[in-house]
Design a binder for this molecule. Structure first.
Ligand code: ADP
Length: 386
């Protein structure tokens, strides 16, 4: 077993150098790990927090192979990576967590949904197709009722690659790509749960959080914990997410997004084999953060307690509409007068409308208080350009 806590340099490589990597690095520095990060952007958020920064594409086979050769253990902070290279590095004896086969399964929304169906995990009724012509045939065959949801198999994130089809004309605008059609959920709550599993098979779950979305941008605007669901529903959602972790046998954290429908049914929407926006508040609200938990899981260390210490709300700081260019955080000083507000700026130099630039977690004695302060933070702090 590798001993990370000795003077021998054991190198942990991270594919992706964005904000998720930056927050992983905060913990890696505390543990004094030797970290290497691969990202195509010369001024990626991770550039200054790691020991070695390598500029290059995590989608390119040769680049990932060359990067991985000089690492002992590899992980990801983004799932659109070259999984063939990760599989080959795994064959060469490198530790790669999450396992590349799981990343590959999740990269494609069709294979991901198939996994839920094969394992009797609840999800919206659906069918997959290879192209538009096949989709049209299957819509008629399955007699799907309008409105329904179209999703591209690959390439979509943060709501891109997802369309609600309200009439048959909407189908014409869709690109001719493989994807799936699924039933429109009648959503009462959107919840997410981050859980971790280490190599030894130990599993720990954070409390489920509730998410609310920006109506136009399809991006998470607020995350609340505890979620406003009954104990029964919370434990049902947790059990579903935990069975997914167990069936995948993932090593690392898994974020599971779920719909709680008006009729009480819970459906898995999708999952991500990495630290996730819905788990950011664990940094201040829980005994162990999702970032520390992920590192513990992939390094084969004992998992920490996911217990929540304080009610919390997280607000994403996204670029205001109408502003593009070098970023200014208007009202940041004023916002810091809010007690219990923890500001995280990701270090991206340029803002664009709806780009994730940072987040603020607000903790308080009660969720109502945290929610009230979160609304104030949102009012005061604006991401604009110079
Ligand atoms: P992405 O991978 O881009 O995040 P998602 O599949 O999570 O895309 O969809 C984005 C959002 O669209 C979801 O959070 C949810 O609000 C809405 N959505 C997705 N699928 C459905 C569905 N079957 N029914 C209702 N709303 C949905």
């Amino acid at each position: 077993m590798l001993n990370y806590f000795s003077s021998t340099e054991i190198k942990t490589g991270i594919l992706g150098g964005g904000q998720l990597g930056k927050m992983l690095l905060d913990v890696a520095r505390r543990y004094d790990l030797f970290t290497r990060v691969l990202d195509p952007s010369a001024d990626a958020p991770c550039k200054f927090g790691c020991k070695e920064f390598v500029q290059g594409s995590f989608n390119d086979y040769d680049t990932v192979m060359a990067f991985g050769r000089d690492c002992d253990i590899l992980t990801i902070e983004i799932e659109s990576v070259n999984t063939q290279a990760l599989k080959d590095l795994e064959k060469q004896g490198k530790k790669v967590f999450p396992q590349p086969a799981i990343v590959e399964l999740i990269q494609n929304k069709v294979t991901q949904k198939q996994f839920y169906t094969d394992h009797q995990l609840p999800t919206a009724p659906w069918f997959g197709f290879r192209n538009k012509a096949e989709m049209m045939k299957l819509i008629n065959k399955h007699s799907f009722h309008l409105p329904f949801v179209w999703k591209a198999a690959t390439g979509g994130y943060d709501g891109r690659g997802v369309s609600v089809i309200r009439n048959m004309n909407d189908l014409e605008k869709l690109p001719d790509v493989p994807g799936l059609i699924e039933e429109l959920a009648s959503i009462e709550h959107e919840v997410a749960l981050v859980a971790a599993r280490n190599e030894q098979g130990e599993i720990r779950a954070f409390p489920p959080v509730e998410m609310s979305f920006h109506p136009e941008a399809n991006l998470v605007e607020y995350v609340y914990c505890p979620a406003s669901l009954s104990e029964v529903k919370l434990s049902e959602a947790s059990n579903i997410a935990l069975s997914l972790v167990d069936r995948l046998g993932i090593v690392g954290v898994l974020a599971v997004e779920m719909f709680v429908n008006h009729d009480g049914q819970i459906w898995i929407n999708e999952c991500a084999p990495r630290v996730h926006n819905s788990g950011h508040l664990t940094i201040e609200a829980c005994i162990t953060s999702q970032f520390e938990q992920h590192l513990r899981a992939i390094l084969g260390l004992p998992l920490g307690s996911p217990e929540q210490i304080r009610p919390a709300v997280m607000v994403n700081l996204t670029g205001e509409e109408g502003f593009s260019g070098p970023v200014v955080y208007e009202g940041a000083e004023k916002m810091l007068e809010t007690q219990g507000a923890y500001m995280h700026l990701y270090g991206k130099t340029e803002t664009r409308p709806h780009r994730k630039m940072g987040h603020v977690t607000i903790t308080a004695d009660t969720l109502d208080q945290a929610r009230e302060n979160a609304m104030k933070v949102k009012e005061i702090l604006k991401v604009k350009s110079e």
